[in-house]
Design a protein around this ligand. Sequence first.
Ligand code: MAN
Length: 565
Amino acid sequence: MRRTGALVLLSTLAHSSLVAPESLPRGVGPEFAKFYETKPTFPCIGNPSIVLAPSQINDNSCDCPDGSDEPGTAACAHLDALSPEQPLPGSLTGTTNTTSALPGFWCANDGHVGSYIPFMYVNDGVCDYDLCCDGSEEFAHVGGVACENRCGPIGKEYRRLEDERRQSKERSAKRRRTLVKEARELRRRVEAKVTNLKEELSGLEQKQVELQKKFEEVERSERGKVVRATEGGVGGKLGVLVGLAKTRVAELRDTLDKVLDQRDDLQDRVDQLEDILTKLREEYNPNFNDEGVKAAVKSWEDYAAGATAAGSKDAVADADVMEVLKEDSETSGINWAEFETEDGSSDADVVYNLEAYLPSFVRDYIHEKLNVVRVWMIENGILADNPKAGGESRLVTAAREALEAAKADSTSKTSTLQEQETDLRKDYGPDDIFRALKGKCVSSDVGEYEYELCWIDKTTQKSKKGHGNTNMGTFVRIDMEEADEEERTDGKGLGKGKRIVLRYDNGQGCWNGPNRRTDVWLACAETDELWRVSESEKCVYRMEIGTPAACEDVNEPRPATKDEL
Ligand code: MAN
């Protein structure tokens, strides 16, 4: 076997529906049969002006410039410059020479798949079973070489492998379909959530407007309430009065305190001015005939005489003020506690405090519901309003808390809605497929590390020596790139063609370098598998991963063999 790449050529030709009839000259492939039908003359395929006798076909002499008169010998092999080595993988003809009319010597390979072999290999004394399992290319038995027909077992093994490959493809495609279904369901759930949230938010908006209105109404009506003499205790009208009075007294005391501070400041300034004027009176030159200065000094002396008389009155007023400014307590001012405490609590308090006995996880919910009930009971006269001294009434508290709860609910739902809408706009790849894989991870041991990819999340390098984990990048986007790699015999490779590449960026900083990043190349496989990891340059990683998510959803027809045609 000269080259393992030969199978590529075999499979390329496997689907040909043309078969060379027996009567054709040796080496003619099915698609060229029409040029070799029995006629009195043979025009060269690429140069029809050159006409040969049929006897010149396969006479081991290269007469046509395109080699078409020697389909079954190596006489025109020189036309095809064998550099680089032939056949070229991925080239349809398997040759480099496009001027040659024929792609090579046709081996019919009955029982397997027909194939072209480079003319160079014809009668070279080597059995090229990978291309020509029927051994027909060594018909001259050069050096006594006789190539037996091995197409039976080779064809059988080929069909077995093809069948395995096809089944594996079908399984992969099926897994992909399952993933697509899961992704669709996940998307549907997010969409349903968005719809629900939008409905809830519009309801909440309406509710908020109503609660705001109610709160304002309650607040207004409570503010306007006039205290009437009733026999209420601390929770009754007297309680309200006590609260109001205490607040008022505190306000007056505050104001007085401020006024006192201002007065002291002004006094300081007056003292400073008096010092200046005293100095002026003592130091001015009376012999200097300045009428202005003399008048000022005179005025100052009059003022100073009057001020001495008023001084003692101020001292008395200060002491009084200080007394008033003292905090109210049991021993001075008003003893508010006497008015605030009440021995027996009313039956209604049980309802007010009921929630205190509940477990915390239901308290918030019950609190909101209780408030609604309380408000209703108070409004309907079943429950007495029970304001705390100096604070807002229970009715106002309940209305305010209900409004605040609705606002908080609305804020939290708006942020959830934004998250879900962002998620719906996010690119999860073809058919939204990576939505189904999100959060799942795949890992593999490579050298001193275990590498891990978490779909649409991050890539990680985990030290097996216990040096901790290194973030190799966080998912950013999905791209498509062209892969150009030899097919691997185990199928665990990228091969050739457009491939999905997931970009992971902005990982842990590299010492003296950029942040780590990873390009994750995907190829079709039956299960998720991290095939290999490489570090092309420092801290720039490349992962190659097999996954059904990268498969095409095709039900490939089974390749037909010559026997079946
Ligand atoms: C660690 C690993 C390597 C990386 C170096 C850079 O050893 O993350 O992959 O190349 O740091 O200093």
